[in-house]
Structure formats: structure tokens, C-alpha cells
Design a protein around this ligand. Structure first.
Ligand code: PLP
Length: 452
């Protein structure tokens, strides 16, 4: 029997050929770190709904959903129509336009903390802006983040995003910049309080509100409530990075679901309906640092693609559909079904794997023998595996195992995101049941090679 790697190489020859060329063009051969795969990644030709088709003609059920930006599924008809109509009118007027008003109005109507909005070119730019505004509002240079929380790739936030979490800096980031970031283990209010006491230069706390890397170490609501109280008490700006969770967990993001109001929110992905774009939304008095005012510093903010009309048109079409209801619920329900079906199969076969995570997000965890969730458990109720230990849930991965799982799923027509997945409202019950069956088969194939 050929190995998984051999079967994969044989069944995806067109992708393999393209990667030979890619290696001569791009460092590592890919254009985003998470697309690296041994021996080569898959090249995709077109996408629709919850599916995509690769250059070898495979029909794949997609769980990348545009890195989380497609909660409606790919190429939703209203998004395609809106973008085509705007394309004909112009992609960049170099001026103010009506769509930015409509887009920002939707943000203020949907996101509970959004009194004012400023559009950016990406989620990375949004977290960078939020931290800079927080610095101006607090008058303090440093911020606190949590190990394993990802906030894009600008200098200081890259500290402690990935293991080893205690590294003082990351390659390419000067130490003096890295030191404006203080990182602590997630989900422990005592650690936050101690860090704020130790370091009076910390003026902001930033986090992914459902947990780092969208819930690898899930956060439970009471932590968010406690953190809000602590930040208010200590006069520290609380920033929710809802680049993934915004418009996904609920129409108003995790802050709506958990009823916890941050001072600032970074948004992107679904905000721009699958096109590039982001924004900072939040307290009017903090976003006022973008305005020239007597006796106050003004934060400069240019940006060629801020509030780009194509992104605005896709974003408006997407947000309107989410606001009308049913979208987040459908995506959440698909992921809940997927987690339950996968766990039922793991339980029946005795596989030492667990499917977990909340809302429309799914992760599978190897080597797990602890308490298991009950199928009827709601989001925020299932036990947090390994007592929330960031090193075991989000720590160094076995790359061989991750690639084998990805290949085993691709061989069955499923593009699963390493050990994780996100759903859209376009995933059908048939997609979910095919996927859970494929997961069991994947684990069996991997076990045969000593990788599960
Ligand atoms: C939570 C979070 N914040 C920020 C970012 C950065 O967004 P972008 O890739 O648009 O720069 C991401 C991207 O995946 C993210 O997941």
C-alpha cells in the first residue's frame, strides 16, 4: 500500500508541477506561511459556496473559508453582484464616497462598542492602529497580550504569538520594540493584575476574545467580564481583536455574545466580505485622537486603500445579510454538528483524539484522554481540554502529523486547515457528514503510519 505522502503526490500532479515553478519565485514557494506544506501545497482554480476546485479537478469541501473571511461561503451572489457593479463605477475615487458611510453605519449598528469607525487596509493595520490610539489615550507606551494570541504581523504583537512563548523577541523585531509588549499566559486574571502592578507603563490589554488562534485555548465568558472590570479599575484600554470573531460568533461579534464591551475593537475579514480591508471601532473619545484638537496630539493615518469602495461594496452586501439574521447561527450549527459527529466517531473507535472549540470553529487534538464534551453542550460550556494549558493546546506542533492529516483529508476531498477548521453558512449537512467520516478514515490511515 503506498504511503499517504505517495498517494498525495500522485493524485495532485498539477499542483506539484506548479510548486516547482513557485519555488523559483517565492521564498518557501508560497505567499502565506500557513500555506507551506510538505512536499507541496494545493493550487486552487475556483470557489463557490462551501466548495473549491483545484487545478487537478478535485472538488474540495473548504474549511479555510478565505482565512475566515467568507462566512457566507465563496462568491455569494449578492457579494459578486455588488462588487461587479462597483467595479464598473471605479475602484478608487481618491475621494470620500457614499459606500464608506453605509459601511460604517452598518458597523456602528452591529458592533455594540462602535461609537466611531476608521477603516484600514487589513486586520494587521487595525490592531496596529488600536494599539497606537490606546497609547495616546493612556499616555503609556506598553501593552499586555496573551501567549498564543495572534494580532497580525506588525512588530510588537508578534511577540509570544507562537511558541516558544517566553522568547524575548522574534526574528527581525528589535528588542526595544519587542519590550513594549508584555505577554502572560491566557485566562488568568491574577497574572494580568500582577503584570499591571509590576509595570505601570502598561496602558492597554489586547486579546482574541474567544481565545488565541481563534479558540485553540478557549476563553470562557467570566474571564472577559473579569478582564473588563480589571481594565476599568486600572484605567487600562481594553482592545478586543475581533478580526476573526467579528460578525462570525454573532452579528455583533464576541462582545455581543458575551455582553462585554471593550474600549476599542479591531475588525477585518468578514467586515470586507472576502476583500482586503479592516477597521478600528470604539469609543468616540479615543478615536478622537485621529482629529486635530487644540492642545492634543493627533495620530496620523494615511493609507491608500482605507475604505476602498470595492471592499466596501463586498462588506456592505455581507454585513446586510448577517444583520438580517440566520447566517452566524447556521455557521455555528454546522460547526457544532461537525464537532459532535467527529467526537461520536472518536468515542466509538476509541481514538485518543478530541474535536473541540466554540461557535463556527473546530479543532482536533491528538493524544487526548481527558473529559469529553456532551453533544448537547452549548458554546462556552464544554470542558477546556488540558485545563487550558497553552503549551499543550497551542504549543509546538508535530509538522509531520499536521501535514499527514491535511493530506489524508485532501485525498478524501476535504481542505482542512491543519488541525483546525472554520465553517460558513454554506456548509450543508451532507458536507458535514462526509467530513466527519473522512476524519475517522484519516486518523485510521495516519495510525497505520504511526502518526495518530
Ligand atoms: C485575530 C487576528 N487578528 C489580526 C489578524 C491580521 O489580519 P490580516 O491578515 O488582515 O492582516 C488576523 C489574521 O488572521 C487574526 O486572525
Amino acid at each position: 500500500m503506498p504511503s499517504l505522502a505517495e498517494r498525495y503526490a500522485n493524485e495532485f500532479p498539477q499542483s506539484r508541477a506548479r510548486f516547482e515553478r513557485a519555488k523559483t519565485l517565492f521564498p518557501t514557494g508560497v505567499t502565506h506561511d500557513t500555506r507551506m506544506m510538505d512536499p507541496f501545497p494545493v493550487y486552487v482554480e475556483r470557489c463557490a459556496g462551501a466548495h473549491k476546485w483545484d487545478v487537478d479537478g478535485h472538488d474540495l469541501i473548504d474549511y479555510f473559508v478565505g482565512h475566515g473571511s467568507h462566512i457566507l461561503g465563496h462568491s455569494a451572489p449578492e457579494v459578486v453582484a455588488a462588487v461587479q457593479a462597483q467595479m464598473a463605477k471605479g475602484t478608487h475615487p481618491g475621494a470620500c464616497h457614499d459606500l464608506e458611510l453605509e459601511w460604517a453605519t452598518l458597523v456602528t449598528e452591529m458592533i455594540p462598542s462602535a461609537e466611531r469607525v476608521r477603516f484600514t487596509g487589513s486586520g494587521t493595520e487595525a490592531t496596529m492602529m488600536a494599539l497606537r490610539l490606546a497609547r495616546l489615550a493612556s499616555g503609556k507606551p506598553k501593552f499586555l497580550k496573551f501567549q498564543g494570541h495572534f494580532h497580525g504581523w506588525h512588530d510588537a504583537v508578534t511577540v509570544a504569538s507562537d511558541p516558544p512563548y517566553d522568547a524575548a523577541t522574534v526574528p527581525g523585531v528589535p528588542e526595544e520594540l519587542a519590550h513594549v509588549c508584555v505577554a502572560v499566559a491566557p485566562n488568568d486574571l491574577n497574572l494580568v493584575e500582577a503584570a499591571l502592578t509590576r509595570d505601570p507603563d502598561i496602558g492597554a490589554v489586547i486579546l482574541e476574545p474567544t481565545g488565541g488562534h481563534w479558540g485553540a485555548v478557549p476563553i470562557r465568558g467570566e474571564f472577559l467580564t473579569g478582564l473588563r472590570d480589571l481594565c476599568t479599575r486600572r484605567n487600562v484600554v481594553l482592545i478586543f481583536d475581533e478580526v476573526i470573531t467579528g460578525f462570525r460568533v454573532a452579528p455583533g461579534g464576541a462582545q455581543e455574545f458575551y455582553r462585554v464591551t471593550p474600549d476599542l475593537t479591531a475588525l477585518a475579514k468578514i467586515l470586507a466580505g472576502g476583500l482586503p480591508g479592516g477597521c478600528v471601532a470604539g469609543r468616540a473619545d479615543i478615536l478622537a485622537y485621529l482629529e486635530p484638537r487644540p492642545g492634543k496630539p493627533k495620530m496620523k493615518h494615511p493609507g491608500t486603500y482605507n475604505a476602498n469602495p470595492l471592499s466596501a461594496s463586498a462588506g456592505i452586501a455581507t454585513l446586510k445579510r448577517i444583520k438580517a439574521g440566520g447566517v452566524c447561527e447556521a455557521a455555528n450549527e454546522s460547526a457544532r454538528m461537525l464537532r459532535n459527529q467527529i467526537n461520536a466517531r472518536f468515542n466509538a473507535s476509541g481514538a485518543k483524539w478530541l474535536a473541540y472549540c466554540d461557535f463556527s470553529m473546530v479543532r482536533v487534538l491528538p493524544n487526548y484522554a481527558g473529559p469529553r464534551p456532551l453533544p448537547e453542550m452549548a458554546d462556552n460550556e464544554a470542558p477546556v481540554p488540558f485545563d487550558g494549558d497553552v503549551n499543550r493546546l497551542d504549543g509546538p506542533k508535530n509538522a509531520k502529523q499536521v501535514h499527514a492529516l491535511r493530506q489524508a483529508m485532501l485525498l478524501q476531498g476535504i481542505d482542512w486547515w491543519g488541525t483546525a477548521a472554520m465553517t460558513s453558512c454554506a456548509h450543508s449537512t451532507a458536507d458535514i457528514s462526509v467530513t466527519s467520516g473522512a476524519m475517522q478514515t484519516a486518523i485510521e490511515w495516519m495510525a497505520a503510519e504511526g502518526l495518530a
